[in-house]
Design a protein around this ligand. Sequence first.
Ligand code: 13P
Length: 249
Amino acid sequence: MKSKKKLIAGNWKMNGSLAVNDALLKGLVAGLAEAACDVAVAVPAPYLAQVQAAVFGSVIAVAAQDVSQHDAGAYTGEVSAAMLKDFGVRYTLAGHSERRQYHGETDAVVAEKAQRALAAGITPIVCVGETLQERESGQTEAVVKRQLAAVIHLNGHCISEVVVAYEPVWAIGTGRTASPEQAQAVHAVLRAQLAAASEHADRIRLLYGGSMNAANAAQLLAQPDIDGGLVGGASLKAADFLQIIGAAR
Ligand code: 13P
């Protein structure tokens, strides 16, 4: 029996402007008087104040795309969990594959980021996922299990406070989605790993991400261990994102 609400989170990545965000957020707020699921948008840090004001009083929660693994101090360019909290941030991505790939984030760094977020009262959405080469060489399970293991025992925090997003790298921005069966198979592996570590495994939301769109969302979200979506490109169009949200119940 699963009573948890699904979560649909948009990841805008490095897209947007004051004007573009304004139009998108107005469209979302107008289209979302209510939602059967939880909804969030992960926005570039400079727009946090704009987004916080625009979604105020709506069902949309503010999310960040990254958080520093440090608390405060001489870390030029970094944004701390406490700063995010100041802007009403409810969730932050941690260890998105683009951060792992282009910024050298290791499993240990991702765990520190998740820990910082939790300490500030922000829910980390920890991203895991294999590359095409890893999938083709039969390493998918080993890779996602290693990435999840790094965050499964965070000091003083129950893993049920974390959201996990499975995002196969080969499906991100490529239009090549994992099939519902492929995604469910990996989600089942993650769920089993969580179940071995915590009696609360059933409460943990496992999101799928990677070319999720208005056409394929319902099928993916119907899988027993898929509890929501992390949506890139399709979250930049209000109509598409609203359709995905409508498919999550
Ligand atoms: P796309 O939906 O554009 O493939 O991006 C997925 C993603 O990386 C979300 O974090």
